[in-house]
Write a protein that binds this ligand. Structure first.
Ligand code: F6R
Length: 634
């Protein structure tokens, strides 16, 4: 993760860099820094000023207010620690020994230990524990060597030196480099981490993601892997890794979602939970509009033939997106009758199943930037392409909330869930958007494969169309109920969630949400598994939250909940209000509905309960410790 920015401008660089960093803070917020290059009025020589601060970006803003960083060219970084603790010394930019070369990087340099020991053997003293610091030292060495060989100081020399260093780096990087000898030049490069160049008026801004360009430009050029760009006030030159010039045109992006405002809400997360009726409404208007034939009721942006001849679906995702995918796989198998399997993207990459014919691979990532998911998709594409057999050809579909993301550049078939900007690091409304998209896919596969009658398909469509109204009521009711219930959790250390069938993934998601924002240990289990081990954990200090909806496993989940109650656990139900659900010590009631759509409702009380528990504990709900919204490292 981490966010990087870089500017070659005609104005003071640091305010623009800071403004852009603010919009990338979702990528990491444990420390930040920037470096600018300017010319000393007395000596007429360039020099680099570097400022860093531990903690949120505000600390860097405060620092720069007291101690400005002059210059029109600069680089900046907001960090999510990978190598080295979140401390000032590990914040980027990192400099070479003499402070002449400064670098910011997003990604992981996998061979940094070897490179570091080689540099240390030559007497170089490192100031940080990061993998990144090898880069400025290596560039500095190359600059010296190439200069000695006769290359004159200038952009070409810096380009050659950076390229030499990139050639030895293993892993992923998006980086920006400045050198005090040529104060008007910036070099950026990338491999397996995002980097975009924005074209302003006589200025160029580079950044990890589009929100950073808001207020600057809408004309963007995404750099491709292994490309390097040399940027001066006169323009942008792009080169491949062999130094060949590449001609590429920037494109216009439609807009940004960056101007977030909490409105009347205390946290973005609560606001985003309350936005879910709108998320559903927008999704339904776009993808399940009235008036389409019931044989093909979903308006996804591809041909109907796309669904044909697919015999199996594999879904790759991480975290919350994986939980949405698990509901999706349930729907695809049980409603549409097509075999579907969900994989942790991070595991799939190194242990994929044997190749099967006519498989559709779906990558699900709200950010569109998750390194594990993108890499797993790329690996699958490569191994299928190499097989050179049309039955085994690579067919991929992406589901994301970011139309302008690395996923959209990597895959041609993408469904944008259109949930709008989600600022809270804990995913809520994007989860709902992902779920809805799987309902759409299940409906389309069911109708194309005739695995459900038109009546059943029409019924499911009708249920989905009622969702926005149901959500409005559910959210306002449960906001009050869960706020009250949250008081009971002030000293809770462990919570167990149980669910079955289509709601088992909601138990997993509820547990993830609770642990990531409240730091309370929580675990989700298929309710039937409780007795096979986890029940040993239960006593009166461990609440068990049971997600039980009428349907094929209703009575089973209730029996499993009773088993927990018999061990003195405090029993909380997310279930309809019925005589059978009297067993719960506390009930968070959801409306009686078809089991098919129950996850779309049962997730709401779980989100709100997690939110209120964390908010009551006074925690930073929107930016929980150690997390980031976009996980761009493996
Ligand atoms: C949890 C959460 C994470 C993400 C995961 C994948 O609230 O947001 O678990 O779901 O990091 O992120 P995306 O969906 O961007 O691939």
């Amino acid at each position: 993760m981490c966010g990087i920015v870089a500017l070659v401008g005609s104005r003071e660089a640091s305010p623009i860099l800071l403004e852009s960093l603010k919009k990338l803070e979702y990528r990491g917020y444990d420390s930040s820094g920037l470096a600018t290059v300017s010319i000393d009025a007395n000596t007429q020589k360039g020099f680099i000023s570097c400022r860093k601060a531990k903690g949120k970006l505000q600390n860097l803003l405060n620092l720069i207010q007291q101690d400005a960083s002059p210059g029109h060219v600069g680089i900046g970084h907001t960090r999510w620690a990978t190598h080295g603790k979140p401390e000032k010394k590990n914040a980027h930019p990192h400099l070479d020994t003499k402070g002449k070369v400064a670098v910011v990087q997003n990604g992981i340099i996998e061979n940094h230990s070897l490179l570091r020991s080689q540099l240390e053997a030559k007497g170089i003293k490192f100031r940080s524990d990061t993998d990144t610091e090898v880069i400025p030292h290596l560039i500095s060495e190359e600059l010296y060597r190439l200069n000695k060989e006769g290359h004159e100081i200038g952009g070409l020399l810096l380009q050659l030196a950076v390229q030499k260093v990139l050639d030895v780096l293993k892993g992923s990087y998006a980086l920006a480099v400045i050198w005090d000898e040529i104060p008007n030049v910036l070099i950026v490069a990338k491999s397996k981490a995002p980097l975009l160049i924005g074209f302003g008026e006589g200025e160029f801004l580079c950044a990890s993601d589009t929100p950073a360009f808001s207020g600057f430009t809408k004309t963007i050029l995404p750099l491709e892997d292994k490309e390097l760009a040399l940027i001066t006030p006169l323009g942008v030159e792009i080169y491949d890794s062999f130094g060949n010039r590449k001609l590429r045109a920037p494109k216009l992006i439609s807009g940004y979602e960056s101007d977030a405002d909490k409105g009347k809400f205390r946290h973005f997360m609560l606001k985003e939970i309350f936005e879910q009726p709108e998320t559903a409404e927008l999704w339904l208007t776009r993808y399940l509009p009235n008036g389409l034939p019931i044989e093909s009721p979903v308006a996804f942006p591809f041909e109907n033939s796309f669904y044909d001849s697919i015999e199996e679906i594999q879904i790759l995702a991480c975290g919350t997106s994986r939980h949405a995918s698990m509901v999706g796989a349930y729907l695809l198998e049980q409603f549409a009758g097509i075999p579907a399997k969900v994989f942790f993207a991070s595991e799939f990459r190194y242990a994929p199943p044997p190749l099967a014919p006519n498989v559709l691979t779906i990558g699900v990532t709200q950010s569109g930037e998750t390194a594990d998911t993108l890499a797993a998709l790329a690996m699958e594409h490569e191994r299928r392409s190499a097989y050179n057999n049309k039955d085994f050809a690579s067919r991929q579909l992406g589901i994301t909330n970011r139309g302008e993301s690395s996923l959209s550049r990597q895959i041609s078939h993408v469904i944008d869930i259109g949930a709008g900007l989600e600022v809270g690091v804990a995913a809520t409304k994007t989860f709902l958007g992902q779920l809805l998209t799987f309902y759409g896919l299940a409906i389309m596969f069911a109708s194309r494969r005739n695995s459900r009658s038109l009546k059943e398909i029409a019924e499911l469509c009708d249920l989905l169309r009622c969702l926005p109204k149901q959500l409005v009521n559910l959210i306002s009711e449960h906001n009050l109920l869960t706020e009250k219930l949250s008081h009971k959790f002030s000293s809770t250390k462990d919570v167990i969630f149980i669910g079955r069938g289509i709601n088992y993934p909601i138990a997993l998601e509820a547990a993830l949400k609770l642990k990531e924002i409240s730091y309370i240990h929580a675990q989700g289990y298929p309710a039937g598994e409780l007795k096979h081990g986890p029940i040993a954990l239960l006593d009166q200090t461990v609440p068990v939250i049971s997600i039980a909806n009428e349907g094929i496993v209703f009575e089973k989940v209730l029996s499993n909940a009773q088993e927990a109650k018999a061990r003195d656990a405090c029993l909380i139900g997310i279930a309809p209000k019925l005589p059978e659900t009297d067993i719960f010590d506390h009930l968070l009631p959801i409306p009686r509905t078809s089991e098919w759509i129950s996850p779309l409702l049962s997730v709401i009380p779980s989100q709100l309960l997690s939110y209120h528990i964390a908010a009551r504990l006074g925690l930073d709900v929107d930016q929980p410790r150690n997390l980031a919204k976009s996980v761009t490292v493996e």
